[in-house]
Design a protein around this ligand. Sequence first.
Ligand code: FUL
Length: 474
Amino acid sequence: MYKDYELDKRLVKCHPSPRQLAIEQMEFYAFAHITVNTFTDKEWGDGTEPESIFDPSGLDADQWVEALVAAGATGLIVTGKHHDGFCLWPSKYTEHSVKNSPFRNGRGDVLREVSDACRKGGIKFGVYLSPWDRNCPLYGQGKAYDDYFCAQLTELCTNYGELFSVWFDGACGEGPNGKKQVYDWNRYYSVIRELQPNACISICGPDVRWCGNEAGDTRESEWSVIPTGFDTPDDVAEKSQKSDDASFRKKKISEMDRDLGSRALCSYASGFAWRPAETDTSIRPGWFYHASDDDKVRSTETLIDIWYRTVGGNSKLLLNIPPDRRGLFHETDVKRLRELGDYIRKTFKVNLAEKAEISADKDNGYDLAENVRVDSYDSYYKPFDGDNEATLTFRFSDPQTVSHVVIKEHIPMSQRIERFVVEARTDIGYTEVYSGTTVGYKKIVKFSPIVTDEIRIRVTDSRVCPIISFVGIY
Ligand code: FUL
């Protein structure tokens, strides 16, 4: 495509806020869906479930966190309130909560136990709060419901320490004749910004974008800079007029939504924003625990594949593990999580770039090729302004077997790379082992193992000059 430098300059003006940068660096975190549905064997409750059915009496949040740490996850988001309206914490504003359940004799607070366990285990904590509430009589009454929702948000934002994400689900199954609540999103956002300035407002919010499916499908080119008109909270809600049946959870990203940020698409837009993708998907067919799914837990190979495509494809991975009726992660899920973590740790243990001699074809004199050795945003490699192509070469003293190259752009200065190739030198010269498009926060390039004494990354097109903060070779 022809270059429009004015457009490119406007696109790269968009970059992450500190809270967005922090969540990018978390890479892979988890969801835990648990509520009355866990006991009714449903995916969506209708709000009439008696509190008396909620009793995960063996709940052990330390067991959840231990399993997540073993997987390499860095945070956990819990369903404080799902569409059925049942609150996992003893909210002052409703009777429909743990306080009227047998769980811990009515003195329990799932969010307290989980947030404490997260802090103890060294991972971050976040909450899911469904705007759609099928129990609250105020739902559909405009401001009265907004008052209720904001009061609950205030409880969540003040009583459980720092939150990394407040996850607003767009789903609403009311249908055309159902109750209609016009959400006062800006009011919700200001409660969070005031009480939890470091929390990302995810999905129906400005900070993190829903990837557009629940199957774990990803895009070949994932852009974090997208046109601003796209995906307002109400659009997301509209798109999420989904049902609770399993077919929705298998739907892939539609052809129409494959391209959200190419230059061609952006040339029709008037404004742009940094809204990075998050891929939410479940380790099981459902979001909630069903004993009948015990033999349908995703295989370790599938989880590894999803991890590569999300974390290694400029998206965050939000993997759901539904606690069972005991209040524990099921043994099978725990085993898969450990295997996933073991694989990741083993594969990325030794970074061959650390000992390589690194050089660049273009050298501006101070943002040196050498800087990509260190995984930090304090330094980076950058050619001259105006250079849209650049080559980084990594020379090993002895031939090495290589199967992965990790590339990270310096996203504090936006996402720029549009095309690149990775080549390996063997006896017959350079062989192309990978050809790709976007990089963004992180691209993990995986190829058949090759014995080589030199790897080179050639950026062949970029919006304004490419800036690379880190390269790892494994
Ligand atoms: C959807 C909900 O309807 C599902 O139950 C689940 O919470 C998923 C993460 O989001 O919109």
